[in-house]
Each structure stands twice: as structure tokens, then as C-alpha cells.
Design a protein around this ligand. Structure first.
Ligand code: 13P
Length: 349
């Protein structure tokens, strides 16, 4: 199956009432882990690469690996997504490479650190939407600012500093025409999200629900959605790691989000934890080993296990065969003739 438009994947998820995990990749083993999980659970999937990942792996290596994944797994719809594009140029380069979806994170300036103004965000996101839609490529925008830092990208701080204002979310969606909207509801990237199991004072599911009420047809995106499970923390610490006590986003909160318009769920940290735990275990238990396959294989298996579990929990499991891919050129026509219009206020009329 060719790489599919993320828009198609999310539209199908909306029809089916489920969420789709978007898993970050940097290398072959992570891609293989995701594909093994997608195959096992028969799930459509979003594979995403941050700017840091594109630099680490080199664009062409990473993209060819994704193409190999698509070729080897023709029964699985895969969307390839640029995570946290910091500028028009970053998004353009991903689109020209063949990514079927990009995130223009205009919530921050192009340094990837300083919060931007609403008008700056609208302007750069709209520019990316125009360029991407002409080519049938999906665009995710962000309104409000997430906490934490991932791969050098992020405003830092807690997730509570720039919670999305529902009025602004409506205006932003209308003026930019994004296909999917990332909102800030108190989550942050990385392992240290919450100092105890989060409640409504720090994880603002009420804001998410309010936004969904105002934008019922907009695909919402939850970033920073790793659950940081205690068992994965424990494995790392048992084998010499030094993680401090921490909490992530409970799966039941993500499921509440999915019942309220969340279609894309970003997960990176849980996979990083699984990989690190598995490698530490091999190093600690069999220090005589030195063949990388001896630790990369269990690492890949540990990640596949986490991904398969999330696919089942998000509800995408079993949906890989529901639809045939629409050619990206047809998707471009849909944007051009208005059938794929993403201006919610216009659509509501
Ligand atoms: P986590 O750090 O919670 O896995 O979030 C990843 C993410 O949102 C990628 O954009």
C-alpha cells in the first residue's frame, strides 16, 4: 500500500469513533516495532519523525525505511508525518520528500522555544496549509503551547502555562483550514509530566471537551500522551537507571479524549522507556555480550509490545482493512474543489 494521507486515516477514525496512535521513530528498529504491532493488531498507523529524528537518521535513510515498511506491509494504511515542524521550510522539505502529513507548530517561533503570537501562528500555518493541500498533504496545527521539551523543541515548563482558549481554537481552525488541531490541555513532552496521578486541576479534559463541543468536526490531537507506566520505570531503575518518580497521562483519560474528538494520540516516551529498559536488562544480566542484536532485538520486542497495547487501547486495532487508500492526487482535488474543506464555520453553514 502506498503511504496514505493522514486526513483519510483520521476521517476514517472519526467515522469509526476511535483514535490512532502516532508513534515517533528515529531508526529501523523502531519502525519495525511499530509495523510488527500494526500487523499483529491489524491497525492503521501514523509514523512520525521530529526534526531531531530527521537529522539523526538523515532524511533519506528514514524515508526509505518508511517506504520499505509500506511495501512490506501492504495491508496496513501508514501515514508518514512530520512532528513539530518549526517553519514553512521544514514542512516544505518533508512534503517534497514524500511525507503525507506535516505538523506546522506555529505556537512557537521558528527557534522552537519562544511562544509566538496568535497572528504569527495563523500566518505561518495558513501558508503551510496552502502549500500542503495543493499536493494532497495533511496539516496539523497547534494552538496553545505544550509544556516540556522534546528533541530540543518546546517552550519548557509545565503544561499549564498556555492552555488552549476554546474561542481561539475556533478562530484558528477557521482561518487556517488545518485538518487536525493539537491543543494544550496540561500535558507535556517527556517522562516528567505530573508529580502525582493527574486530576482535573492539572489535566484539563474539560477544556478538551469544550473545544470539541465548539469544533465537533475537527480532528483533535493530544500531544504528550505517554502514560509513563510504572512497570517500565521499574525495569529501568532495577537495572541501574535513575528515573525519578513520575506520572504520565492515564490511558482512561486518553480514552475520554477519544470519545470527545481526539483522533491522533502522540506517543514517544513510553517507547523510549521500553527500549531503554530492555537494553539495560541485557547489559546488566549478561555483561559479556557485545553483539548489538543481542540487545536491539529485545528492545524492538519491548517497544512492539507497548505499541500493540496502545493500538488496542486507542481502538484502532482491527481497522486496517476497513478502507482502500485514496491516491494523494485525488485528495488534492478534494481540497481544491472544497469537498475536503476544513473551515469549520463555513462547513457548519
Ligand atoms: P510523549 O513524550 O508523552 O511521548 O509525547 C510525544 C509527543 O507528543 C510527540 O509530539
Amino acid at each position: 500500500m502506498p503511504l496514505v494521507s493522514m486526513r483519510q486515516l483520521l476521517d476514517e477514525a472519526a467515522k469509526g469513533g476511535y483514535g490512532v496512535g502516532a508513534f515517533n521513530v528515529n531508526d529501523m528498529e523502531q519502525i519495525q516495532a511499530i509495523m510488527a504491532a500494526a500487523k499483529e493488531t491489524k491497525s492503521p498507523v501514523i509514523v512520525q519523525a521530529s526534526r531531531g529524528a530527521r537529522q539523526f537518521a538523515e532524511d533519506l535513510y528514514l524515508f526509505k525505511l518508511i517506504q520499505a515498511a509500506a511495501e512490506l506491509n501492504p495491508e496496513i494504511p501508514i501515514a508518514m508525518h512530520q512532528d513539530h515542524g518549526n517553519s514553512f521550510e521544514t514542512c516544505k522539505s518533508a512534503i517534497l520528500l514524500g511525507y503525507t502529513s506535516v505538523m506546522m507548530d506555529g505556537s512557537l517561533k521558528s527557534d522552537g522555544k519562544t511562544p509566538s503570537t496568535f497572528e504569527e501562528n495563523v500566518e505561518v500555518t495558513k501558508k503551510v496549509v496552502d502549500f500542503a493541500h495543493e499536493r494532497g498533504v495533511t496539516v496539523e496545527g497547534e494552538i496553545g503551547v505544550l509544556g516540556g521539551v522534546e528533541d530540543g523543541h518546546g517552550a519548557g515548563g509545565s503544561g499549564l502555562e498556555h492552555i488552549t482558549d476554546p474561542d481561539q481554537a475556533v478562530e484558528f481552525a477557521e482561518r487556517t483550514g488545518v485538518d487536525a488541531l493539537a491543543i494544550a490541555i496540561g500535558t507535556s513532552h517527556g517522562a516528567y509530566k505530573f508529580s502525582k496521578k493527574p486530576d482535573g486541576s492539572v489535566l484539563k479534559m474539560d477544556v478538551l471537551i469544550a473545544i470539541h463541543k465548539r469544533l465537533p468536526n475537527t480532528h483533535l490531537v493530544m500531544h504528550g500522551s505517554s502514560s509513563v507506566p510504572k512497570d517500565l520505570q521499574d525495569i529501568i531503575n532495577k537495572y541501574g537507571g535513575k528515573l525519578k518518580e513520575t506520572w504520565g497521562v492515564p490511558v482512561e483519560e486518553i480514552q475520554l479524549g477519544i470519545r470527545n474528538g481526539v483522533r491522533k494520540v502522540n506517543v514517544d516516551t513510553d517507547n523510549r522507556l521500553a527500549i531503554t529498559g530492555a537494553i539495560r536488562k541485557v547489559f546488566a544480566e549478561t555483561p559479556e555480550k557485545f553483539d548489538p542484536r543481542d540487545y536491539l532485538k529485545p528492545a524492538r520486542e519491548a517497544m512492539a509490545k507497548v505499541v500493540a497495547l496502545r493500538m488496542t487501547q486507542f481502538g484502532q486495532a482491527g481497522h486496517a482493512g476497513d478502507y482502500a487508500p485514496i491516491d494523494i492526487k485525488e485528495i488534492a482535488k478534494g481540497y481544491a474543489d472544497g469537498t475536503l474543506s476544513t473551515h469549520p464555520l463555513v462547513a457548519a453553514k
